[in-house]
Design a protein around this ligand. Structure first.
Ligand code: FES
Length: 235
């Protein structure tokens, strides 16, 4: 379940100096970006008393826990404890940090040990973000609903098709356009779809984004209606 690369956010949703909490298969992670722009994905738990680090503060190249202010560098190692400012912090106090890359307008994480990791995703340089859609359904239901309700093209007419492009990534192709949908399994009954349009902002920013944004709203309604109907049948 935890194998492979997982899309955990749109790149544009994590600004330098900011963080967000997320889940992969029910486990909690923090996605944060240091002030130089590098993205990091860690376990979302301070080794001191277990506070979520995503509640903390990014300060330059480190992140400070909200609770007692312990500070961690970009490798996850604790470097400063405010209550003991002169202490040389033991190297054993670290937050588990995972492989993270950016490709196709998304931040990707791999939580497997290095020896078991597949090659990281790579992709086109020019993409236009649409949104991250969070829905209360499992990934399989989300994919079924996605396949059954593909978007109409932004321009032109014709068929729309969908095909797997990589681990946890689908390419949705219309006559003239191509979208990439990264699917994230947040938990057993919650999933996220990170959607970007392949192509230049000069063509797709604005009306193109609005067109596919409207479609994602419909998609969420259909997915959650399906989940509600499935639950009702089960009662
Ligand atoms: S819980 Fe994080 S510093 Fe205490």
């Amino acid at each position: 379940m935890n194998k492979g690369w997982h899309p955990v956010a749109l790149s544009t949703s994590i600004e330098p100096g900011s963080s967000a909490g997320t889940h992969i298969h029910g486990r909690e992670y923090i996605v944060w970006r240091d002030n130089s722009g590098v993205a990091h994905v860690w376990e979302d738990r301070c080794p001191h008393r277990g506070m979520k680090l995503s509640f903390g503060f990014v300060r330059g190249d480190h992140i400070a826990c909200l609770y007692h202010g312990w500070q961690y560098d970009t490798t996850g190692r604790c470097r400063y404890i405010p209550a003991h400012p002169d202490l040389e912090v033991p190297a054993t106090i670290t937050v588990p940090a995972f492989a993270a890359v950016e490709a196709m307008g998304m931040i990707w994480a791999n939580i497997e040990p290095e020896a078991h990791r597949s090659a990281p995703p790579v992709g086109p340089g020019q993409v236009v973000p649409v949104r991250s859609l969070y829905v209360d359904v499992d990934v399989h239901t989300l994919l079924d609903v996605l396949r059954a309700n593909l978007p109409l093209p932004f321009t032109g007419e014709g068929e729309t098709s969908i095909a797997a492009a990589a681990e946890n990534l689908w390419r949705i192709s219309t006559t003239d356009e191509s979208l990439l949908a990264g699917i994230q399994a947040l938990g057993e009954s919650r999933a996220a779809l990170h959607l970007v349009i392949e192509g230049p902002a000069s063509v797709y920013a604005g009306a193109g984004q609005a067109h596919y944004l409207g479609w994602t709203t419909l998609l969420r309604q259909m997915a959650e209606s399906r989940a509600t109907a499935t639950r009702a049948e089960a009662v």
